[in-house]
Design a protein. Structure first.
Length: 326
């Protein structure tokens, strides 16, 4: 995974400015009645889990939640680093196990983990999200990268990454650009985990099977659902969306015996937060069963809290692999 740290450095060249719902005017004063969170639009937007979480949290605590929308996990972290001496955000939501890689990044974060986290969170998530050995991030959801297959095509479903290099899959696969897409990074990490020093050789052999490399997941997955190719790199939860909304079960996430890598997303408190106590309360709330029960049908990821009952669409169409690769 370390090979892909440079992708996040490249991402700094993209937009670094967060657009807040109420603007980004900074203040050096504490603000106990407001909590400012840097996150991404699929969390804070209309269809994300953020608005409902904010409503419930404010109802419980009286603290108003203000989301500032950043492009993605790399931009969230970069923005926070640039503001380290006088931070605007109290909390960062959406950092993942591919974002935090070195000590210079964690210097801006407060080491914090809810008291019940180790009891309620699924095994291995805390450690995977905190490779430094200190608990800077608290997991709130996860999903494995997987190929989604259109079963109505006239092709057999592949059973391994190697199968994808076969001639029958010529121009049949949609991938995402790892310079601009987390899913693209996930695929690269997956290939590295399986093929190690022979990863480039595999990618060379795979080239003939690739119809296109999309700049984003939304563009690539949209092409897939329109029938432009029978295979797309996505998440093991993607097919559950179609089942949940009665769109049929022709799309299936394929599990390979060789294993899959996963993305774990977390929340991190900014060390010099203006509302430190409010940030801690929100992280505690975020991993509660009440909050976590909203994750599957809003974020389309598995909830980190292992006690949450999954929707029927997940039980039917969101398989977990037998092996999670590191």
């Amino acid at each position: 995974m370390k090979k892909h740290t440079y992708l996040f450095i490249i991402s700094i060249l993209f937009s670094l400015v967060c657009s807040s719902f109420v603007g980004c005017k900074k203040s050096s004063q504490s603000r106990p009645d407001e909590l400012v969170i840097y996150t991404y639009d699929s969390f804070s937007g209309e269809w994300g889990v953020g608005p409902e979480l904010a409503r419930r949290f404010e109802e419980k605590t009286g603290i108003k939640v203000t989301y500032a929308d950043c492009d993605g996990s790399a931009q969230i972290l970069t923005k926070a680093i640039l503001e380290k001496d006088d931070p605007y955000a109290d909390l960062l939501i959406g950092l993942d196990n591919y974002t935090i890689k070195n000590n210079s990044q964690t210097e801006i974060l407060l080491e914090y983990l809810p008291k019940n986290a180790k009891e309620v969170l699924s095994e291995g998530l805390i450690e995977e999200l905190n490779p430094q050995g200190k608990n800077f991030l608290t997991p709130y959801d996860f999903g494995h990268f997987a190929f989604v297959f259109n079963t109505q095509s006239d092709l057999p479903a592949p059973t391994s990454l190697e199968d994808l290099t076969k001639d029958i899959y010529k121009d049949k696969i949609i991938l995402m650009d790892s310079r601009t897409s987390t899913v693209g990074i996930g695929f690269d990490v997956w290939v590295d985990a399986i093929y190690k020093d022979k990863a480039q050789d595999f990618k060379k052999r795979l080239e003939k099977s690739i119809l296109t490399v999309s700049p984003s997941w939304s563009v690539g997955y949209g092409m897939f659902t329109k029938g432009e190719a029978p295979l797309v790199i996505s998440y093991n939860t993607s097919a559950a969306y179609h089942v949940e909304y009665d769109e049929g079960d022709q799309f299936q996430a394929i599990m390979f015996d060789q294993g899959h890598v996963r993305q774990v997303e977390g929340a991190a408190i900014v060390k010099k937060a203006k509302n430190l106590e409010g940030a801690k309360q929100f992280v505690d709330f975020l991993i509660s069963e009440e909050a976590q029960s909203l994750i599957p049908l809003a974020q389309w990821m598995f909830p980190a809290n292992k006690n949450v009952e999954l929707p029927e669409s997940y039980k039917k169409s969101a398989p977990l692999p037998n092996i999670t690769l590191k």
